[in-house]
Design a binder for this molecule. Structure first.
Ligand code: OOG
Ligand code: NI
Length: 463
Protein backbone atom coordinates (compact mmCIF):
# COMPACT_ATOMS: atom_id res chain seq x y z
CA UNK A 1 0.00 0.00 0.00
CA UNK A 2 2.65 2.55 -0.98
CA UNK A 3 1.41 5.75 -2.40
CA UNK A 4 3.81 8.38 -3.69
CA UNK A 5 1.67 11.15 -2.22
CA UNK A 6 2.25 9.80 1.26
CA UNK A 7 5.22 9.82 3.57
CA UNK A 8 6.11 6.26 4.65
CA UNK A 9 5.25 5.28 8.23
CA UNK A 10 8.99 4.58 8.72
CA UNK A 11 9.79 8.21 7.92
CA UNK A 12 7.11 9.45 10.29
CA UNK A 13 8.40 7.21 13.07
CA UNK A 14 11.98 8.43 12.56
CA UNK A 15 10.86 12.03 12.67
CA UNK A 16 8.78 11.35 15.76
CA UNK A 17 11.63 9.57 17.56
CA UNK A 18 13.99 12.47 16.78
CA UNK A 19 11.43 15.04 17.97
CA UNK A 20 10.83 13.09 21.17
CA UNK A 21 14.57 12.84 21.82
CA UNK A 22 15.03 16.60 21.36
CA UNK A 23 12.11 17.31 23.69
CA UNK A 24 13.34 14.95 26.39
CA UNK A 25 16.87 16.35 26.19
CA UNK A 26 15.44 19.78 26.93
CA UNK A 27 13.26 18.44 29.73
CA UNK A 28 15.83 16.11 31.36
CA UNK A 29 19.39 17.30 30.71
CA UNK A 30 20.92 14.11 32.23
CA UNK A 31 19.43 12.26 29.23
CA UNK A 32 21.66 14.33 26.94
CA UNK A 33 24.70 13.46 29.08
CA UNK A 34 23.83 9.77 28.90
CA UNK A 35 23.40 9.94 25.12
CA UNK A 36 26.88 11.41 24.64
CA UNK A 37 28.39 8.80 26.95
CA UNK A 38 26.66 5.98 25.05
CA UNK A 39 27.78 7.37 21.69
CA UNK A 40 31.37 7.53 22.94
CA UNK A 41 31.32 3.98 24.33
CA UNK A 42 29.73 2.63 21.15
CA UNK A 43 32.40 4.24 19.03
CA UNK A 44 35.17 2.76 21.20
CA UNK A 45 33.55 -0.68 21.21
CA UNK A 46 33.36 -0.75 17.42
CA UNK A 47 36.94 0.49 17.09
CA UNK A 48 38.13 -2.30 19.40
CA UNK A 49 36.05 -5.03 17.77
CA UNK A 50 36.37 -4.85 13.97
CA UNK A 51 34.64 -8.23 13.57
CA UNK A 52 31.53 -6.95 15.36
CA UNK A 53 31.57 -3.81 13.25
CA UNK A 54 31.87 -5.85 10.08
CA UNK A 55 28.93 -8.15 10.95
CA UNK A 56 26.74 -5.21 11.94
CA UNK A 57 27.56 -3.45 8.68
CA UNK A 58 27.02 -6.61 6.62
CA UNK A 59 23.58 -7.15 8.14
CA UNK A 60 22.63 -3.47 7.67
CA UNK A 61 22.36 -3.07 11.44
CA UNK A 62 25.16 -0.59 12.05
CA UNK A 63 23.40 2.60 11.08
CA UNK A 64 20.36 2.03 13.27
CA UNK A 65 22.28 1.71 16.55
CA UNK A 66 23.21 5.35 17.11
CA UNK A 67 19.60 6.38 16.43
CA UNK A 68 18.08 3.56 18.45
CA UNK A 69 16.02 4.19 21.55
CA UNK A 70 12.87 3.17 23.39
CA UNK A 71 10.54 5.21 25.54
CA UNK A 72 7.89 4.37 28.12
CA UNK A 73 4.50 5.78 29.00
CA UNK A 74 1.73 4.85 31.43
CA UNK A 75 -1.88 5.31 30.36
CA UNK A 76 -4.98 5.63 32.48
CA UNK A 77 -7.95 4.32 30.50
CA UNK A 78 -8.89 1.80 27.82
CA UNK A 79 -9.90 4.66 25.51
CA UNK A 80 -6.43 6.20 25.84
CA UNK A 81 -4.83 2.86 25.03
CA UNK A 82 -7.02 2.29 21.98
CA UNK A 83 -6.30 5.77 20.62
CA UNK A 84 -2.59 5.34 21.28
CA UNK A 85 -2.65 2.15 19.22
CA UNK A 86 -4.17 4.05 16.31
CA UNK A 87 -1.64 6.90 16.59
CA UNK A 88 1.33 4.50 16.72
CA UNK A 89 -0.04 2.59 13.71
CA UNK A 90 0.36 5.75 11.62
CA UNK A 91 4.08 5.56 12.49
CA UNK A 92 4.33 1.86 11.64
CA UNK A 93 4.39 0.73 15.28
CA UNK A 94 2.31 -2.26 16.37
CA UNK A 95 1.66 -3.95 19.73
CA UNK A 96 4.01 -6.86 20.36
CA UNK A 97 3.89 -9.02 23.48
CA UNK A 98 1.93 -8.88 26.72
CA UNK A 99 3.65 -8.09 30.02
CA UNK A 100 1.94 -8.59 33.36
CA UNK A 101 3.66 -6.44 35.97
CA UNK A 102 1.20 -7.17 38.77
CA UNK A 103 3.36 -10.09 39.89
CA UNK A 104 6.14 -7.59 40.52
CA UNK A 105 3.94 -5.32 42.63
CA UNK A 106 3.22 -2.75 39.93
CA UNK A 107 -0.50 -2.32 39.11
CA UNK A 108 -0.18 -2.22 35.32
CA UNK A 109 -0.08 -4.48 32.32
CA UNK A 110 1.75 -3.55 29.17
CA UNK A 111 2.72 -4.09 25.57
CA UNK A 112 5.48 -2.68 23.38
CA UNK A 113 4.57 -0.74 20.26
CA UNK A 114 7.31 -1.26 17.70
CA UNK A 115 8.04 -1.75 14.01
CA UNK A 116 7.89 -5.40 13.02
CA UNK A 117 9.17 -5.75 9.47
CA UNK A 118 12.87 -6.19 9.00
CA UNK A 119 13.20 -3.21 6.66
CA UNK A 120 11.33 -1.01 9.12
CA UNK A 121 13.51 -2.12 12.04
CA UNK A 122 16.61 -1.27 10.04
CA UNK A 123 15.22 2.11 9.11
CA UNK A 124 14.43 3.00 12.72
CA UNK A 125 13.59 0.56 15.52
CA UNK A 126 11.95 3.12 17.86
CA UNK A 127 9.66 1.42 20.39
CA UNK A 128 7.47 2.51 23.27
CA UNK A 129 6.79 0.32 26.31
CA UNK A 130 3.18 1.20 27.01
CA UNK A 131 1.46 0.37 30.28
CA UNK A 132 -2.17 0.61 31.24
CA UNK A 133 -3.03 1.34 34.85
CA UNK A 134 -5.12 -1.37 36.51
CA UNK A 135 -7.48 0.38 38.87
CA UNK A 136 -9.05 -3.05 39.42
CA UNK A 137 -6.01 -3.89 41.55
CA UNK A 138 -6.59 -0.96 43.93
CA UNK A 139 -8.30 -2.06 47.11
CA UNK A 140 -9.78 1.27 48.24
CA UNK A 141 -13.08 1.49 46.38
CA UNK A 142 -13.65 5.17 46.95
CA UNK A 143 -10.20 6.14 45.77
CA UNK A 144 -10.67 3.93 42.73
CA UNK A 145 -13.88 5.75 41.83
CA UNK A 146 -12.29 9.18 42.34
CA UNK A 147 -9.30 8.24 40.20
CA UNK A 148 -11.59 6.91 37.47
CA UNK A 149 -13.57 10.15 37.51
CA UNK A 150 -10.43 12.28 37.06
CA UNK A 151 -9.21 10.07 34.23
CA UNK A 152 -12.57 10.14 32.47
CA UNK A 153 -12.33 13.94 32.22
CA UNK A 154 -8.89 14.33 30.74
CA UNK A 155 -8.05 14.43 27.03
CA UNK A 156 -4.52 13.32 26.32
CA UNK A 157 -4.61 13.91 22.55
CA UNK A 158 -5.00 17.26 20.83
CA UNK A 159 -7.90 17.66 18.40
CA UNK A 160 -5.31 18.04 15.64
CA UNK A 161 -3.72 14.69 16.51
CA UNK A 162 -7.06 12.90 16.49
CA UNK A 163 -8.16 14.34 13.16
CA UNK A 164 -4.83 13.47 11.53
CA UNK A 165 -5.04 9.88 12.80
CA UNK A 166 -8.53 9.67 11.31
CA UNK A 167 -7.30 11.17 8.06
CA UNK A 168 -4.38 8.73 7.83
CA UNK A 169 -6.78 5.85 8.44
CA UNK A 170 -9.36 6.89 5.91
CA UNK A 171 -6.93 7.97 3.17
CA UNK A 172 -4.26 5.34 3.76
CA UNK A 173 -1.44 7.70 4.74
CA UNK A 174 -0.30 11.27 5.35
CA UNK A 175 1.20 13.79 2.94
CA UNK A 176 4.42 15.57 3.87
CA UNK A 177 2.81 18.66 5.46
CA UNK A 178 0.29 16.50 7.32
CA UNK A 179 3.01 14.16 8.54
CA UNK A 180 4.95 17.11 9.92
CA UNK A 181 1.88 18.40 11.68
CA UNK A 182 1.06 14.92 12.98
CA UNK A 183 4.50 14.60 14.62
CA UNK A 184 4.14 17.97 16.33
CA UNK A 185 0.59 17.27 17.50
CA UNK A 186 1.24 13.76 18.82
CA UNK A 187 4.38 14.95 20.59
CA UNK A 188 2.13 17.12 22.79
CA UNK A 189 0.68 13.99 24.38
CA UNK A 190 4.12 13.02 25.72
CA UNK A 191 5.08 16.43 27.09
CA UNK A 192 5.75 17.05 30.76
CA UNK A 193 3.23 19.26 32.57
CA UNK A 194 4.30 20.78 35.85
CA UNK A 195 0.75 21.65 36.82
CA UNK A 196 -1.17 18.74 38.24
CA UNK A 197 -4.87 18.23 37.53
CA UNK A 198 -5.58 17.20 41.14
CA UNK A 199 -5.24 18.80 44.56
CA UNK A 200 -2.29 18.14 46.83
CA UNK A 201 -4.58 16.14 49.10
CA UNK A 202 -5.78 13.86 46.33
CA UNK A 203 -2.22 13.46 45.05
CA UNK A 204 -1.18 12.31 48.51
CA UNK A 205 -3.98 9.77 48.72
CA UNK A 206 -3.18 8.41 45.25
CA UNK A 207 0.49 8.34 46.14
CA UNK A 208 -0.19 6.47 49.37
CA UNK A 209 -2.16 3.83 47.44
CA UNK A 210 0.76 3.43 44.99
CA UNK A 211 3.24 5.95 43.59
CA UNK A 212 2.48 4.81 40.11
CA UNK A 213 -1.20 5.65 40.48
CA UNK A 214 -0.30 9.20 41.44
CA UNK A 215 1.96 9.44 38.40
CA UNK A 216 -0.78 8.34 36.01
CA UNK A 217 -3.82 10.06 37.47
CA UNK A 218 -2.44 13.44 38.61
CA UNK A 219 -1.36 14.86 35.28
CA UNK A 220 -2.80 16.09 32.03
CA UNK A 221 -1.13 13.40 29.98
CA UNK A 222 1.23 10.42 29.91
CA UNK A 223 4.56 12.28 29.98
CA UNK A 224 7.36 10.20 28.52
CA UNK A 225 9.10 8.88 31.62
CA UNK A 226 12.37 7.74 30.06
CA UNK A 227 14.09 7.39 26.70
CA UNK A 228 16.68 4.67 26.46
CA UNK A 229 19.60 4.68 24.06
CA UNK A 230 21.16 1.36 23.03
CA UNK A 231 24.76 0.72 23.97
CA UNK A 232 27.12 -1.94 22.68
CA UNK A 233 28.82 -2.21 26.10
CA UNK A 234 26.54 -1.62 29.06
CA UNK A 235 29.18 -2.49 31.68
CA UNK A 236 31.41 0.24 30.43
CA UNK A 237 28.61 2.84 30.48
CA UNK A 238 27.54 1.69 33.97
CA UNK A 239 31.13 2.09 35.23
CA UNK A 240 31.54 5.53 33.73
CA UNK A 241 28.19 7.01 34.77
CA UNK A 242 29.36 8.32 38.19
CA UNK A 243 32.23 10.26 36.59
CA UNK A 244 29.57 12.08 34.54
CA UNK A 245 27.54 12.96 37.61
CA UNK A 246 24.96 10.19 37.13
CA UNK A 247 24.31 7.55 39.82
CA UNK A 248 23.23 4.23 38.28
CA UNK A 249 20.96 1.69 40.00
CA UNK A 250 22.75 -1.01 41.97
CA UNK A 251 22.88 -3.82 39.41
CA UNK A 252 22.41 -4.26 35.69
CA UNK A 253 19.17 -6.16 35.03
CA UNK A 254 19.11 -9.24 32.83
CA UNK A 255 21.80 -11.78 31.92
CA UNK A 256 25.42 -11.39 33.06
CA UNK A 257 28.27 -10.04 30.96
CA UNK A 258 28.94 -12.57 28.21
CA UNK A 259 30.95 -13.02 25.01
CA UNK A 260 27.70 -13.66 23.16
CA UNK A 261 25.08 -11.18 24.42
CA UNK A 262 21.57 -12.59 24.79
CA UNK A 263 18.20 -10.87 25.23
CA UNK A 264 18.46 -7.56 26.99
CA UNK A 265 20.55 -5.96 29.72
CA UNK A 266 19.35 -2.71 31.25
CA UNK A 267 20.35 -0.23 33.90
CA UNK A 268 18.92 3.12 34.90
CA UNK A 269 19.51 6.17 37.03
CA UNK A 270 17.06 7.19 39.69
CA UNK A 271 14.13 9.43 38.97
CA UNK A 272 14.48 13.14 39.49
CA UNK A 273 12.44 14.98 42.06
CA UNK A 274 10.77 17.70 40.04
CA UNK A 275 8.79 20.75 41.12
CA UNK A 276 5.06 20.62 40.34
CA UNK A 277 2.06 22.56 41.55
CA UNK A 278 -1.28 21.23 42.64
CA UNK A 279 -4.76 22.73 42.38
CA UNK A 280 -5.38 24.82 45.51
CA UNK A 281 -8.57 25.71 47.35
CA UNK A 282 -8.98 29.23 46.07
CA UNK A 283 -7.58 29.18 42.57
CA UNK A 284 -4.03 29.41 43.98
CA UNK A 285 -1.44 26.84 42.92
CA UNK A 286 0.15 24.88 45.72
CA UNK A 287 3.82 24.00 45.32
CA UNK A 288 5.00 20.42 45.65
CA UNK A 289 7.14 17.87 43.88
CA UNK A 290 6.82 14.66 41.89
CA UNK A 291 9.30 11.89 41.15
CA UNK A 292 8.78 9.88 37.98
CA UNK A 293 11.19 10.60 35.18
CA UNK A 294 14.50 8.85 34.94
CA UNK A 295 17.16 7.63 32.53
CA UNK A 296 17.97 4.18 31.29
CA UNK A 297 20.38 2.47 28.90
CA UNK A 298 20.25 -0.98 27.39
CA UNK A 299 22.32 -3.49 25.49
CA UNK A 300 20.51 -5.85 23.14
CA UNK A 301 21.55 -9.39 22.26
CA UNK A 302 20.22 -12.55 20.68
CA UNK A 303 16.47 -13.30 20.59
CA UNK A 304 15.92 -16.63 22.37
CA UNK A 305 13.59 -19.46 21.38
CA UNK A 306 11.03 -20.65 23.96
CA UNK A 307 13.59 -23.28 24.96
CA UNK A 308 16.33 -20.67 25.39
CA UNK A 309 13.98 -18.37 27.24
CA UNK A 310 12.98 -21.23 29.53
CA UNK A 311 16.64 -21.80 30.35
CA UNK A 312 17.21 -18.08 30.86
CA UNK A 313 14.23 -17.79 33.23
CA UNK A 314 15.34 -20.84 35.18
CA UNK A 315 18.90 -19.58 35.60
CA UNK A 316 17.68 -16.12 36.63
CA UNK A 317 15.36 -17.69 39.23
CA UNK A 318 18.16 -19.94 40.48
CA UNK A 319 20.40 -16.90 40.89
CA UNK A 320 17.75 -14.94 42.75
CA UNK A 321 17.16 -17.89 45.04
CA UNK A 322 20.86 -17.68 45.96
CA UNK A 323 21.14 -13.90 46.23
CA UNK A 324 18.28 -11.46 45.95
CA UNK A 325 19.71 -8.09 44.92
CA UNK A 326 19.07 -5.53 47.67
CA UNK A 327 17.75 -2.17 46.52
CA UNK A 328 20.53 -0.30 48.31
CA UNK A 329 23.20 -2.17 46.38
CA UNK A 330 24.75 -3.63 49.54
CA UNK A 331 25.05 -7.14 48.03
CA UNK A 332 25.49 -6.27 44.37
CA UNK A 333 28.95 -7.85 44.14
CA UNK A 334 27.56 -11.15 45.47
CA UNK A 335 24.63 -10.97 43.06
CA UNK A 336 26.86 -10.31 40.05
CA UNK A 337 29.13 -13.20 41.06
CA UNK A 338 26.20 -15.60 41.55
CA UNK A 339 24.70 -14.56 38.21
CA UNK A 340 27.95 -15.22 36.36
CA UNK A 341 28.35 -18.56 38.13
CA UNK A 342 24.82 -19.83 37.50
CA UNK A 343 24.81 -18.68 33.86
CA UNK A 344 27.77 -20.90 33.05
CA UNK A 345 25.05 -23.41 32.21
CA UNK A 346 24.07 -21.23 29.23
CA UNK A 347 26.43 -21.85 26.27
CA UNK A 348 28.47 -18.79 25.31
CA UNK A 349 29.34 -19.60 21.72
CA UNK A 350 27.03 -18.66 18.82
CA UNK A 351 27.25 -22.02 17.12
CA UNK A 352 26.67 -23.97 20.33
CA UNK A 353 23.69 -21.79 21.18
CA UNK A 354 22.33 -22.30 17.69
CA UNK A 355 22.85 -26.06 17.67
CA UNK A 356 21.17 -26.37 21.06
CA UNK A 357 18.11 -24.57 19.63
CA UNK A 358 18.32 -21.80 22.23
CA UNK A 359 18.28 -18.76 19.93
CA UNK A 360 17.05 -17.43 16.59
CA UNK A 361 19.52 -16.82 13.78
CA UNK A 362 19.42 -15.23 10.37
CA UNK A 363 21.02 -17.43 7.71
CA UNK A 364 22.57 -16.16 4.49
CA UNK A 365 24.73 -17.46 1.65
CA UNK A 366 28.45 -16.70 1.80
CA UNK A 367 30.28 -15.64 -1.38
CA UNK A 368 31.20 -19.31 -1.77
CA UNK A 369 27.55 -20.24 -1.38
CA UNK A 370 26.49 -17.69 -3.99
CA UNK A 371 29.00 -19.15 -6.42
CA UNK A 372 28.09 -22.79 -5.81
CA UNK A 373 26.03 -23.99 -8.75
CA UNK A 374 23.98 -27.14 -8.57
CA UNK A 375 25.46 -28.30 -5.28
CA UNK A 376 22.88 -29.10 -2.62
CA UNK A 377 23.31 -30.28 0.90
CA UNK A 378 21.64 -30.09 4.30
CA UNK A 379 21.83 -26.91 6.37
CA UNK A 380 24.44 -28.10 8.88
CA UNK A 381 26.80 -29.35 6.18
CA UNK A 382 26.30 -26.14 4.21
CA UNK A 383 27.37 -24.20 7.31
CA UNK A 384 30.28 -26.50 8.12
CA UNK A 385 31.54 -26.25 4.53
CA UNK A 386 31.28 -22.48 4.44
CA UNK A 387 28.37 -22.08 2.00
CA UNK A 388 26.00 -20.62 4.55
CA UNK A 389 26.66 -18.26 7.47
CA UNK A 390 24.47 -17.14 10.35
CA UNK A 391 24.06 -14.02 12.46
CA UNK A 392 22.16 -13.62 15.71
CA UNK A 393 18.69 -12.07 15.39
CA UNK A 394 18.49 -9.13 17.79
CA UNK A 395 15.92 -9.26 20.58
CA UNK A 396 13.58 -6.34 19.91
CA UNK A 397 11.32 -6.78 22.94
CA UNK A 398 11.38 -6.43 26.73
CA UNK A 399 11.70 -8.64 29.80
CA UNK A 400 9.17 -8.60 32.63
CA UNK A 401 11.67 -9.12 35.48
CA UNK A 402 13.92 -6.43 34.08
CA UNK A 403 11.00 -4.05 33.54
CA UNK A 404 9.87 -4.67 37.12
CA UNK A 405 13.38 -3.89 38.40
CA UNK A 406 13.38 -0.66 36.40
CA UNK A 407 9.91 0.32 37.62
CA UNK A 408 10.91 -0.37 41.20
CA UNK A 409 14.18 1.51 41.11
CA UNK A 410 12.51 4.62 39.76
CA UNK A 411 9.39 4.43 41.86
CA UNK A 412 11.50 4.33 44.98
CA UNK A 413 12.63 1.33 46.91
CA UNK A 414 9.75 1.51 49.35
CA UNK A 415 7.27 1.07 46.52
CA UNK A 416 7.31 -2.72 46.47
CA UNK A 417 3.83 -3.93 47.19
CA UNK A 418 2.17 -7.30 46.97
CA UNK A 419 -0.58 -7.93 44.44
CA UNK A 420 -2.03 -11.26 43.58
CA UNK A 421 -0.66 -12.27 40.20
CA UNK A 422 -3.47 -11.66 37.76
CA UNK A 423 -2.42 -11.54 34.16
CA UNK A 424 -5.37 -10.61 32.02
CA UNK A 425 -4.34 -10.54 28.40
CA UNK A 426 -7.94 -10.91 27.27
CA UNK A 427 -8.94 -7.72 29.07
CA UNK A 428 -5.84 -5.92 27.80
CA UNK A 429 -6.51 -6.84 24.19
CA UNK A 430 -10.16 -5.86 24.51
CA UNK A 431 -9.09 -2.45 25.83
CA UNK A 432 -6.43 -2.13 23.13
CA UNK A 433 -8.93 -2.99 20.43
CA UNK A 434 -6.53 -5.48 18.83
CA UNK A 435 -4.51 -8.53 19.74
CA UNK A 436 -0.81 -8.32 20.46
CA UNK A 437 1.70 -10.09 18.23
CA UNK A 438 3.39 -13.19 19.63
CA UNK A 439 7.09 -12.29 19.54
CA UNK A 440 8.30 -15.91 19.40
CA UNK A 441 6.26 -16.72 16.32
CA UNK A 442 7.58 -13.58 14.71
CA UNK A 443 11.27 -14.38 15.30
CA UNK A 444 10.70 -17.95 14.12
CA UNK A 445 9.20 -16.64 10.87
CA UNK A 446 12.21 -14.36 10.27
CA UNK A 447 14.55 -17.29 10.80
CA UNK A 448 12.53 -19.55 8.50
CA UNK A 449 12.43 -16.95 5.73
CA UNK A 450 16.21 -16.53 5.94
CA UNK A 451 16.71 -20.28 5.52
CA UNK A 452 14.37 -20.27 2.55
CA UNK A 453 16.53 -17.59 0.94
CA UNK A 454 19.40 -20.13 0.96
CA UNK A 455 17.57 -22.87 -0.95
CA UNK A 456 19.92 -22.63 -3.93
CA UNK A 457 22.37 -24.55 -1.73
CA UNK A 458 20.33 -25.95 1.13
CA UNK A 459 18.05 -28.92 0.65
CA UNK A 460 15.64 -29.00 3.56
CA UNK A 461 14.68 -32.58 2.79
CA UNK A 462 18.25 -33.70 3.56
CA UNK A 463 19.17 -33.92 7.17
C1 OOG B 1 8.29 1.09 32.11
C2 OOG B 1 9.37 0.21 32.66
C3 OOG B 1 9.76 -0.86 31.66
C4 OOG B 1 11.81 -1.35 30.26
O1 OOG B 1 12.75 -0.89 29.57
O2 OOG B 1 11.78 -2.54 30.62
C5 OOG B 1 10.75 -0.42 30.67
C6 OOG B 1 7.92 2.24 32.99
O3 OOG B 1 8.66 2.58 33.93
O4 OOG B 1 6.87 2.85 32.69
O5 OOG B 1 10.78 0.66 30.16
NI1 NI C 1 12.74 1.17 29.56
Amino acid sequence: MTNARFVSPDEIRSAFSAAMSAMYRDEVPAYGTLMSLVAQVNEETLANDPALKERLAATDSLARISEERHGAIRLGTPAELAMMRRAFAVMGMFPVGYYDLSTAGVPVHSTAFRPIEDESLKRNPFRVFTSLLRLDLIADEQLRAEAAAVLAERRIFTDGAISLVEKAESEGGLTEPDARKFVAEVLETFRWHDRAIVSADMYKRLHDAHRLIADVVSFKGPHINHLTPRTLDIDSVQDRMPAHGIAPKAVVEGPPTRKCPILLRQTSFKALEEPVSFIGEDGEWKKGSHTARFGEIEQRGLALTPKGRGLYDKLLNDTRALVRPAADGSNSAEYVAALAQVFQAFPDDWNEIRKAGLGYFRYSLTAKGEAAAGYKTDLETAIAEGFVQFDPIVYEDFLPVSAAGIFQSNLGDDATQEFTASPNQVMFERDLGASVLDEFAHYAAIERASIEACLSVVDLAMA
